[in-house]
Design a protein around this ligand. Structure first.
Ligand code: G3P
Ligand code: MG
Length: 251
């Protein structure tokens, strides 16, 4: 297997349970807990600006509503993405990918950029996010890891920025996950944690693919997955899981 430059522990949505998900406040909180790698969700505004948001719509995590991808960035930039979480975060804005790229690199951290397209914009989002990442991390020692549940987004990312590493996200197991990941030129597969077992982990490693899991919050799940030899865990529980690197062969 090729070298794997990413820390074992990644804070999910930038530590987005204890601070508002996918905001810079969440990244700062994860870093305060010792995290050096983060996962976040990135989509496009109507005018093509990559920014962080999980849902297709705005209402769960901002004071806006309806489809985020139909709003211009100037409109999105006015929204409050923190008050929904708790009063202390009132006024926290939606971040653009370029702000997060600057913060992550200034802190010497790594980023897993989940390409989270507004439905119907899979290829365009994959291409634009990959192009932006290639520019924002040009010359960086560790590139961002691009991931997506959308194979169309990953294909477009591969075409736009072939040198950036990619991971296939799985919330259900296809008949041959190794073949799907290979067809997309991926370096890793990231599964919902209950899908990972010894056979899958072994087959991924045998194919030269890294095996990672989301969203791993309970200690029993951490122990099970570490015993399997997975290569990384994405967690919300940054307060319960200090980001200690396990001893792993092949590093
Ligand atoms: O990238 C791993 C994980 O974030 C995928 O699920 O829905 O939290 O984006 P979701
Ligand atoms: Mg995600």
């Amino acid at each position: 297997m090729s070298p794997w430059p990413y820390p074992y522990w990644l804070a999910h949505r930038g530590a987005g349970k204890h601070a508002p998900e996918n905001t810079l406040a969440a990244f700062r909180l994860g870093a305060a807990h010792g995290y050096r790698a983060f996962e976040c969700d990135v989509k496009l505004s109507a005018d093509g600006v990559p920014f962080l948001l999980h849902d297709a719509t705005l209402q769960r995590t901002t004071n806006g509503h309806d489809l985020a991808g139909e709003r211009l960035w100037d409109e999105l930039a006015q929204l409050d993405a923190g008050a929904w979480h708790s009063p202390a975060y009132t006024g926290e804005p939606l971040p653009r990918l370029n702000e997060v790229a600057a913060w992550v690199q200034a802190e010497g951290c790594c980023l897993n950029v989940e390409i989270k397209p507004t439905p119907g914009t899979e290829a365009a989002t994959g291409a634009a996010v990959a192009t932006a990442c290639a520019r924002l991390w040009a010359g960086a020692a560790v590139p961002p890891l691009l991931s997506s549940f959308s194979e169309a987004a990953l294909q477009a990312a591969q075409a736009a920025a072939p040198a950036l590493p990619r991971a296939l996200l799985l919330d259900a197991l296809p008949p041959d996950p190794v073949a799907r990941a290979r067809a997309l030129g991926c370096v890793a597969v990231i599964t919902q944690h209950r899908l990972m077992d010894g056979a899958l982990c072994t087959s991924l490693h045998a194919a030269g693919l890294r095996a990672l899991c989301y969203t791993v919050n309970d200690e029993a799940d951490v122990q099970r997955l570490q015993a399997l030899g997975v290569d990384g865990l994405i967690t919300d529980a940054v307060d319960r899981h200090p980001p200690v690197e396990p001893q792993r062969p092949g590093r």
